[in-house]
Write a protein that binds this ligand. Structure first.
Ligand code: GLY
Length: 321
């Protein structure tokens, strides 16, 4: 079916995406269904998938088809990469976020001990299959969640993609009109990843907005979608980019009005700052105790490994509230 030789093809879906399997032509294949939601991207669900693969007599020559959002692609990729020391997998991302980010680039893993993606590895899918029609089942919040990562790619890539992204009317366009922009996003991400698969250098730029974004997401216990937290995190990083790296203030103002309009105000008060800082300090991208930021000098020009003080971070969070 996917033109990949396999002794067995097994589909992994979650309790939401299982409904999409007939439309994807995957309803006749053996399947494993896991509960949806990032809170289930954990060791218990991973262990369940390993057990199901064993019961279904999957081998190293089998293929796992991950049909779902970032949670299914990340956890399915982790299950496939570790089962019997590795079987192949493909991703069919069913959310905008997974299309432009999680499904490509080979980061697989699970959350653990309250930290997002604490345990994982780098291993690329055999293939990423895009089916734009799956986006029709998404609500506006999930579309906006993916759009935040597209704004990030625009900021990192340069004026061309950034302007194209901002001028795309994400709330009113038909999801099919997104296709070209989705391809451009994947091409940009692939161009970064192909230079630095294991994130020892250039790939770190993709963490723009994620230092604070992941901390907000953890603080709010997953009650806000990833892209919303990244949007707020990008605003913090853009503020720090102005004060520390000469990013144009008018671009900060433009980003601020977009984030306010689409994502609202971050639901965090100053009593949570210490906890947010603690969460940032635990980020796996840090070296030692330092909290590590990717900042921008200009649109299309990122700098990585920026050391920012606690007071400066708090000032930036004050700015976005
Ligand atoms: N989501 C960032 C990366 O794949 O590196």
């Amino acid at each position: 079916m996917f033109d990949i030789e396999a002794d067995k093809t097994i589909v992994l879906a979650d309790s939401n995406t299982v409904k999409l399997l007939p439309g994807l032509g995957l309803d006749l294949l053996p399947r494993i269904v896991i509960p949806s939601g990032d809170e289930n991207k954990n060791i218990q669900t991973l262990s369940f998938v390993w057990g199901e693969l064993a019961d279904m007599k999957a081998t190293r020559h089998s293929l796992l088809v991950n049909a779902g959002g970032g949670m299914v692609c990340d956890l399915g990729g982790m299950a496939a990469s570790t089962f019997k020391r590795g079987m192949r997998f493909i991703n069919i991302p069913t959310t905008l976020l997974a299309m432009v980010d999680a499904s490509a680039g080979g980061k697989v893993g699970i959350n653990h001990c309250g930290v997002k993606n604490l345990v994982g590895l780098f291993n690329e899918p055999e293939r990423v299959v895009l089916r734009m029609e799956t986006l029709c089942s998404l609500d506006v919040h999930n579309i906006l969640s993916g759009y935040a990562e597209m704004i990030k790619h625009g900021l990192l890539s340069g004026q061309n993609l950034y302007e194209k992204t901002l001028s795309f009317d994400i709330l009113n366009e038909d999801v099919r009109a997104l296709e070209q922009l989705v391809y451009e996003n994947i091409a940009f991400k692939n161009s970064v990843v192909s230079d630095d698969f294991r994130e020892s250098g250039k790939r770190k730029i993709l963490n723009f907005g994620h230092t604070v974004g992941h901390a907000i997401e953890a603080l709010l216990g997953g009650s806000q979608l990833h892209g919303y937290c990244v949007a707020w995190g990008m605003l913090v990083a853009a503020y720090l980019s102005v004060t520390k790296a000469g990013f144009p203030r008018e671009e900060l103002t433009r980003l601020q009005s977009i984030v306010r309009e689409l994502y609202g105000v971050v639901p965090v008060d100053c009593k949570s700052y210490d906890r947010l800082y603690e969460l940032m300090s635990n980020d796996k991208k840090n070296k030692g105790e330092r909290v590590n930021f990717t900042l921008l000098r200009s649109i299309g020009e990122a700098i990585t490994d920026c050391d920012v003080s606690r007071d400066d971070i708090f000032e930036a969070i004050d700015f976005i509230r």
